[in-house]
Design a protein. Structure first.
Length: 316
């Protein structure tokens, strides 16, 4: 090959490599922007704890019930006409219940040890906590994890969902799930509570409580909760509800015994309760990407959430 031809070929090759690099770098950056946020585990964190910090043979338990007095708000219908595949998953017309009461028992209450475990470090559970998107709803509506425990978001609907978590203490994240898939995330710091919404379906909202120990529970339809295998000691137990606020009770745990606790909320708290929460959720929020594409997020209002706000502004 003639030297001039070789130089020309070399220059063309170099130019092509530079051009390719210019194309690839923005593409890589764009790929990174598709899912904002991520695992929140700090670099250089302390080594993982592998053993319980006390003799479990000395443990006791806290069990109890969450009750509701009065008349809860009537369920509100959810218009899923825009998502017929989701609508077909429900035997009855889907509704949102701001206060879910069954036979006087209150569900969806996050109950956890707020005080009393100072300086104790516990092993992070190996199993993940699952939040499923099924029938265009988050199931469960309220869940709890330990800091740095895996939280799995599953798309069981096979259609576009968006998971937007807006904590105040932890790192937020916002990612899309366009197909059936699982996505794992963690929160590094305790925070009660963190709202999670779907920007595509305005009625989809969940709450995640993050604590620094394994002693947390969520009341079901029967109102019950269970905090088992606590070290002996004096504790403050808090019960959190997204509309009714919080209550605290002090309890003493002794070896081999079960302390019984009952929390009672009432309809008057709907107007006066203060609800600890992370960043606000605007019910009129529309995903900028969907607006740009000419379609707003489905479903109208979500549920307000302020740092500590009057529950009367809350909607789900």
């Amino acid at each position: 090959m003639h030297p001039k031809t070789m130089r020309t070929t070399t220059m063309r090759t170099t130019t092509m490599r530079m051009t390719t690099a210019k194309i690839l770098i923005p593409a890589v950056l764009l790929m990174g922007a598709v899912a904002c946020g991520g695992d929140d585990t700090a670099p250089g964190a302390a080594p993982s704890v592998t053993e319980m910090p006390f003799d479990v043979a000395t443990a006791g338990n806290v069990r109890g019930m969450v009750m509701f007095e009065g008349t809860p708000p009537a369920p509100e219908p959810i218009d899923m006409a825009s998502e017929p595949d989701c609508l077909e998953r429900w035997d009855e017309a889907p509704v949102r219940e701001l206060v879910r009461v069954r036979g006087g028992h209150l569900a969806d209450v996050f109950v956890y040890v707020k005080e009393g475990l100072t300086d104790m470090q516990f092993p992070v559970p190996a199993e993940a906590t699952l939040v499923d998107q099924y029938g265009c709803r988050y199931l469960p509506h309220v869940s709890g994890v330990m800091a740095n425990q895996t939280l799995t978001f599953r798309n069981s609907d096979g259609l576009l969902h968006n998971v937007n978590a807006t904590p105040q203490v932890n790192r937020p994240f916002n990612f899309s799930q366009p197909v059936n898939m699982d996505t794992n995330r963690t929160f590094a710091q305790p925070e009660v509570m963190i709202p999670v919404r779907c920007d595509v379906h305005g009625w989809m909202l969940a709450y995640v409580g993050v604590v620094g120990h394994p002693y947390h529970s969520v009341s079901g339809d029967g109102g019950g909760f269970d905090l088992s295998d606590l070290p002996p000691g004096d504790y403050v137990i808090e019960a959190w509800h997204s509309r009714l606020g919080t209550q605290e009770q002090r309890v003493t745990v002794t070896t081999g015994e079960t302390a019984e606790v009952t929390f009672t909320f009432n309809e008057g708290m709907l107007a006066t309760a203060q609800v600890p929460m992370a960043d606000p959720i605007d019910p009129h929020y529309h995903n900028p990407l969907l607006v740009h594409l000419g379609r707003h997020a489905h479903g109208g209002s979500g549920e307000h959430a302020g740092h500590t706000h009057a529950a009367s502004t809350d909607r789900r």
